[in-house]
Design a protein around this ligand. Structure first.
Ligand SMILES: [Zn+2]
Length: 200
């Protein structure tokens, strides 16, 4: 029986490399793979890229797409496996659709994505995956201090951690850094103390 998989990790944990390697392995054994990713920004060219140089073109799924309909009526109806990157950006309905494909068509669906946002809160797509997946695994990476990184810290142009804002950030010069919860909290505390001094 096919399963729904959720493989989550922080930014920089090479989730995309894992997704592309899984695709490569399936294809090497003669299986056909439908690689998909949810729409995330207008400039997205649809490629899944990894730090180790692998890349592959994915079909972009818009937020209003009925993923089950896409599957049933599209050219990927005969695919052997579905691999999805950036799954945190799928809607809850789209995760439900992936679950339905697994159950009704006995096709494994491998979902890769972030668990939580820059304020340590679950993304809706990730929450639904945690609720529905048969198999949940963490792709691990380390914080600078050596402990496991669990927080996707949003960093502003001055290098400070951002603590307010929208879950999905569009535009601007912000970046992300993955770190452990303690380092994240400590850095927020020290930058708050610095700001208090500057305002004193
Ligand atoms: Zn740390």
């Amino acid at each position: 029986m096919a399963k729904l998989y959720f493989k989550y990790g922080v930014m920089g944990s090479s989730k995309s490399a894992h997704a592309l390697l899984a695709k490569f392995n399936y294809e090497e054994k003669g299986s056909s793979v439908w690689l998909i990713k949810p729409f995330s920004s207008p400039g997205d060219d649809g490629f899944v890229r990894s730090v180790v140089g692998l890349e592959a073109k994915a079909e972009i799924i818009s937020r209003t797409d009925d993923l089950y309909e896409n599957f049933i009526t599209g050219t990927h109806r005969t695919t052997d496996v579905i691999i999805a990157d950036e799954c945190q950006f799928f809607t809850e309905d789209q995760i439900d659709a992936l679950r339905r494909i697994v159950d009704e068509h006995d096709i494994p669906v491998l979902c890769y994505g972030l668990r939580t946002d820059f304020l340590t809160r679950l993304f809706p797509g990730s929450r639904r995956l945690l609720e529905l997946a048969d198999s949940i695994a963490e792709i691990k990476t380390v914080c600078r201090c050596g402990h496991k990184a669990t927080v996707n810290a949003r960093i502003d142009s001055k290098g400070d951690i951002v603590t307010v804002g929208d879950q999905v950030f569009v535009g601007g010069g912000d970046s992300y850094d993955s770190m452990c919860y303690r380092c994240w909290k400590d850095k927020i505390k020290s930058q708050q103390e610095r700001k208090n001094k500057e305002n004193a």
